[in-house]
Design a protein around this ligand. Structure first.
Ligand code: ACM
Ligand code: ZN
Length: 542
């Protein structure tokens, strides 16, 4: 009996002292270091916030948090003028913390201490705090008066500086509210780049004042495809579809994103995927004719011609784009550009001769470098899909690697050549592919399967890379192409919880990977998403 008691005591001791056997914490992405302590801090109307220095941006971040929790708490957390003895949340900038996005969060029964190198770190600490609070913190009504936060010590910073998500708003236009909601949700998971795919064959979504036909014509198509693109015959819905964001709306999105420490990456596709533009300005292609904004999906052969007037158009467009988006990098597409028209176009052939180029691949490279030079003159740089490497690339460009089938060797060469790379491989980071095999409960999606576990287990650093080349992998991004995604709810289903796995790939150390632990945390964490009414896939619960 005595023996049984002492064994039970040892087990209890292990449970209460071993941080690996975690209680109820469901933080995503998993913090770098976390030790669970005993007890809890209780937040109530007597709790005060103490800011140790007056920093405008820190105050703004904290005020946003106070406004956010005021709704469910039914009271405001007030500031203390002097450092209280206990019962407070102390927030300060501490430049001894190395990583500019890193933070320390210490919760004890007496107080909560948050330290970070920058306002970004303070914001991330508050997102972690939000995940430690009961999920009712996401509710739109006042619930209880006392809010418990488990005692814990966290030291946290990201693995990669670029953690991104792309939403294709060209194939299906998404209202501004959908973008704002994405900013809320992505920043909750410490994702810091939101890439908007604004232009494609099926629609142009950004107001350009100098070219009004982009709004009048390129933003609208007469119908959309229903069923899979591979269906024979293809079927269409006969319903006009489209829309575009005004510059004012996009500036508001940028501002909202900045407040959430997210950089918006706008993508203006060139030289391919330009059918929607050609419907309005057919003179920009090699062999002008009547084009329509296409309801079909795929790769189209009529692309921008390399004549001077095309560059004039694109430079005018990009001049307006840089006025809206202050981020250092502008995405210029560069993928899937057939060279068939260039091969027989007198003006493109003349350009090849004039510029001493070997072939049409080098002509594409000329195109990209010229746009890069223009954006450099505006103080920006380019990012493009990995095709922009072909035919040579000017230094300073960032590659977004998507063509999985080329293998790691291809990307290792680019890293060795010194290019910065964001890993965004089709397999496993294209969230437009099915997440599960239950076709009867899943909306129509792009053929192919990318399960949650496969996303979670992805390591963005190819094994072939060693030494300082590893540093050239600056981050990771998942993409949601929207051929089959009609609205915000449909987008959420494809995005979550795979974006939770993405956030962990981008933030948490590779060595701490543990899928079973991730699922355990996800089950707790999604109670926040439930209250936020996020339409996430529940397949992981099976
Ligand atoms: C791509 O999927 N065409 C970048
Ligand atoms: Zn041409």
């Amino acid at each position: 009996m005595k023996k049984i008691l002492s064994v039970a005591l040892v087990i209890l001791l292990i449970i209460f002292t071993n941080p690996a056997i975690s209680a109820q914490l469901g933080i995503i992405p998993k913090p770098n270091k976390m030790v669970e302590l005993t007890g809890k801090f209780t937040l109530d109307k007597n709790t005060r916030i103490y800011l140790d220095r007056s920093d405008q941006e820190v105050k703004r971040v904290v005020d946003d948090f106070r406004a956010f929790v005021k709704i469910p708490m039914g009271f405001e957390i007030r500031y203390a003028g002097r450092l209280p003895q206990s019962g407070y949340i102390g927030i300060s900038i501490d430049t001894l913390i190395q990583n500019k996005e890193g933070y320390l969060l210490m919760v004890t029964p007496e107080k909560v201490i948050i330290k970070a190198n920058s306002p970004t770190g303070i914001f991330y600490a508050l997102q972690t705090l939000r995940q430690l609070l009961p999920p009712g913190i996401e509710a739109q009504f006042s619930g209880k008066k006392r809010w418990d936060i488990p005692a814990v010590e966290i030291e946290d910073f990201p693995r990669f500086e670029y953690r991104g998500f792309m939403l294709d708003v060209a194939r299906h236009f998404q209202p501004v509210e959908v973008l704002m909601r994405y900013i809320d949700l992505l920043s909750f998971y410490k994702i810091n780049h939101f890439h908007l795919h604004l232009t494609d064959d099926q629609g142009w979504r950004i107001e350009i004042k100098k070219y009004p036909k982009l709004q009048e014509i390129s933003a609208w198509r007469k119908e959309s495809m229903v069923g899979h693109a591979g269906d024979k015959p293809r079927k269409y819905d006969g319903i006009r579809h489209g829309g575009f964001y005004t510059q004012e709306q996009l500036k508001a999105v940028v501002k909202y994103a900045q407040a959430h420490f997210i950089t918006i990456i706008p993508e203006i596709e060139l030289p391919g995927h330009s059918t929607a533009v050609l419907a309005a300005y057919p003179e920009l292609t090699c062999f002008p004719k009547k084009f329509e904004v296409t309801p079909d999906y795929g790769v189209f052969e009529d692309v921008y011609c390399t004549k001077e007037s095309t560059f004039k158009f694109l430079e005018d467009v990009l001049s307006e784009v840089v006025e809206i988006f202050p981020g250092k990098i502008i995405h210029i597409g560069g993928d899937e550009c057939p060279k068939t028209r260039w091969k027989i176009c007198p003006q493109c052939q003349e350009r090849i001769k004039m510029e001493n180029l070997k072939n049409e691949n080098e002509l594409q490279s000329y195109f990209i470098k010229r746009i890069q030079k223009f954006l450099n003159s505006k103080g920006r740089n380019i990012i493009g899909w990995d095709e922009i490497m072909e035919g040579g690339l000017a230094p300073g460009a960032t590659l977004m690697y998507w063509r999985t089938w080329l293998g790691d060797k291809h990307i290792a060469e680019a890293a060795r050549a010194g290019f910065k790379i964001i890993m965004s491989p089709l397999d496993p980071l294209y969230f437009n592919l099915y997440e599960n095999e239950e076709r009867e409960i899943t909306p129509l999606a792009y053929p192919g399967l990318i399960p949650l576990e496969k996303v979670y287990n992805y390591n963005p650093v190819p094994l072939k890379l060693t030494g300082k080349d590893v540093q050239n992998i600056i981050g990771v991004q998942a993409n949601l192409w929207s051929e089959y995604v009609k609205d915000g709810k449909g987008a959420e289903y494809m995005t979550f919880p795979r974006a939770c796995a993405l956030s962990e790939i981008g933030w948490s150390p590779q060595a701490s990977k543990d899928y079973a632990d991730f699922i355990r945390r996800l089950k707790i964490n999604t109670s926040h998403l439930d209250l936020l009414n996020v339409n996430y896939s529940k397949y992981f619960l099976k």
